[in-house]
Design a protein around this ligand. Structure first.
Ligand SMILES: NC(=O)c1ccc[n+]([C@@H]2O[C@H](COP(=O)([O-])OP(=O)(O)OC[C@H]3O[C@@H](n4cnc5c(N)ncnc54)[C@H](OP(=O)(O)O)[C@@H]3O)[C@@H](O)[C@H]2O)c1
Length: 318
């Protein structure tokens, strides 16, 4: 494996696991429901190239879930990982179906993920979202059991509020296990973690905030306009009006990127999330996207640029 970028590593929460400052999200790998895998201009050769380009350009952190493509994302990721024969940090997630009540059901789901990945252990195992009736504390006990069983090196949560995260942190601490991460939506178009206390609490507790959809599912690349909206479910979520509203922000992102030797709006968007102290995991469908996203590392927006981007994004409104 030829590596162009030296790895820019940061610790995953308080663990000894070192991850790149930016990861690659694998939701679209094999998912035909939302991302239209196999129908929307990308296939196995493309996502394989995305994996290889990620590694080659300094990304060692990959995020998947048992839910993605009903397990196909895990199968692809595991195969690419084994074929590359190069170290990488692999994260997956538990889907908390309401009938999965016990610790045993979580361990069973994790063993199935490991089978699909072809691994004996994942690096990070996350609860995909908090869902009743199982309490936060019971889920954390199950995660601690997974660590004790040697099935995962570290544990995290996803879509947990500040209050739920604090409870998770405390429950795991009682078992002597640190909470490594909370994966939530965070981007220039979704800044709730700044206002709902989550980002500050992550800093206080030394929990890595993993930022998902950091490109607002492609909107922050600038390639979609009111006349050229994304297809499929994204087209319904982001209508013409929303696309029109974000054009001034995209204009500023282009201008700022030019001042950094021609960085793209996507690279500015990702650099912004890193400058806020989070680890973004942009989805990449092909080698070019993975390479572009990796080039968001290795440079830094200035404080003035960050302030200008904050102000422009605040003007957009909900
Ligand atoms: N925990 C959770 O509940 C949760 C929820 C959502 C996502 N996630 C995780 O976060 C990851 C990323 O989120 P996401 O996939 O929703 O959104 P995203 O990263 O904001 O956007 C990804 C999409 O943007 C486009 N894109 C990416 N890089 C590009 C580039 N350099 N140039 C042009 N277009 C580019 C691609 O779609 P097109 O080419 O089709 O535009 C790609 O599929 C997921 O893969 C998953 O691992 C987690």
């Amino acid at each position: 494996m030829q590596q162009d970028n030296p790895l820019e590593l940061v610790p995953l929460g308080p663990t000894d696991i070192q991850i790149s400052r930016l990861g690659t999200g694998a939701w679209a790998w094999g998912d035909s429901m939302f991302w239209q895998y196999g129908k929307a201009g990308y296939d196995e050769a493309d996502i394989h190239a995305a994996y290889q380009a990620s590694l080659a350009h300094g990304i060692n952190f990959f995020d998947t879930a048992e839910a993605y493509g009903f397990g196909r994302s895990e199968e692809f990721l595991g195969r690419f990982y084994r074929e590359a024969g190069w170290p990488a940090v692999i994260a997956s997630k538990f889907l908390p179906f309401p009938w999965r009540l016990t610790s045993r059901s979580l361990l069973r789901a994790l063993r199935s993920s490991l089978r699909r990945l072809g691994l004996r252990q994942v690096d990070l195992y996350q609860i995909h979202f908090p869902l009743p009736p199982v309490s936060v504390e019971s889920r954390m006990d199950a995660l601690a059991d997974a660590v004790d069983a040697g099935l995962t090196r570290a544990v995290g949560v996803s879509n947990y509020s500040e209050e739920q995260m604090r409870r998770a942190h405390a429950a795991l601490a009682r078992r002597g296990v640190p909470l490594a991460s909370n994966q939530v939506e965070y981007s220039l178009l979704e800044r709730q973690p700044e206002t709902n206390g989550l980002l500050a609490a992550c800093r206080e507790l030394n929990v890595t905030l993993i930022a998902y959809s950091p490109l607002a599912q492609g909107l922050l690349t600038g390639k979609y306009t009111p006349d050229n909206p994304p297809s499929g479910p994204r087209g319904r979520r982001y209508g013409r009006e929303r696309l029109a509203k974000i054009q001034p922000l995209l204009g500023l992102m282009k201008e700022i990127g030019q001042g950094h030797g021609g960085k793209t709006p996507a690279q500015v968007a990702l650099n912004w999330t890193m400058a806020k102290g989070t680890v973004p995991i942009p989805g990449a469908k092909n080698g070019r996207q993975a390479m572009d996203n990796a080039a968001a590392m290795g440079w830094r927006l200035s404080d003035d640029e960050m302030a200008a981007l904050d102000a422009a994004s605040s003007r957009i409104g909900p």
